[in-house]
Design a protein around this ligand. Structure first.
Ligand code: IYR
Length: 221
């Protein structure tokens, strides 16, 4: 067993007034985020995508196992392969797999099986969760709370995309094992989420939604 090694924690420090202001400003900023489905094909520098991904990779994870791989795809051929395969599954889902109740719930969002953003957005980030790790000898090392860890990392990722002035949406083709094949990922990596990243199109529209207020989502004890 490794002996734990500790270093001083470099904290951010503010007085209560500053803390109140910063918490409010951060809320206002993130509350402007929307899932956008209408993308421009304008390019986004690779360096920005790298920083966004490294923000995601700074998330906490079970036993600090960092059980994730982020595939950043700008190659038009691979994007088109992903679109083709995703639409094949989505067509089947929208026509034969999803319940009427589910399709009704999606009506206000206006989604269907067609996913043009998978080709139009300059980048696709495909997040993979590592069910387990493989050490140098090829033996399996357990990861912990993988879904929670990767979910938190995706929250960081979505926030970083918004902070950069870009947009995304969480696309969840189902089933999505085709991504493992197209991207040639090893057996221990399972696709978790597809995030197209780019600028919104000039005429991008989003559903006229309101978010639940504090009195609906918080219970104080
Ligand atoms: N995976 C499908 C369906 C879908 C499901 C939910 I829940 C959404 O909030 C949106 C879409 C799709 O991506 O269209």
């Amino acid at each position: 067993m490794d002996k734990p090694s500790f270093i001083p924690y470099n904290r951010l420090q503010f007085d209560e007034e500053k803390m109140t202001q910063r918490s409010y400003e951060f809320y206002q900023n993130l509350n402007l985020r929307r899932s956008v489905r209408d993308f421009s094909n304008q390019d986004v520098p690779k360096e920005v995508i790298e920083k966004i991904i490294m923000t995601a990779a700074s998330a906490p994870s079970g036993a600090h196992k960092q059980p994730w791989t982020f595939c950043a795809v700008s190659n038009p051929f691979i994007k088109s392969e992903i679109k083709k395969a995703a639409e094949k599954e989505e067509y089947e889902s929208y026509h034969n797999r999803m319940s009427d109740e589910w399709l009704d719930a999606l009506k206000p969002i206006g989604t269907n099986w067609e996913k043009p953003f998978l080709e139009i957005a300059p980048w696709l980030i495909i997040v993979f969760k590592k069910a387990y790790d493989l050490d140098e000898n090829g033996s399996r090392q357990k990861n912990y709370y993988v879904n929670e860890s990767v979910g938190i990392a995706c929250g960081f990722l979505i926030s970083a995309i918004h902070q950069a002035g870009l947009v995304t949406l969480t696309h969840t083709p189902s089933p999505m094992n085709f991504l493992q094949k197209i991207l040639d990922r090893p057996e221990n990596e399972r696709p978790y989420l597809v995030l197209p990243v780019g600028y919104p199109s000039e005429d991008a529209k989003v559903p006229d939604f309101e978010r639940k207020g504090a009195e609906e989502v918080i219970r104080w004890y």
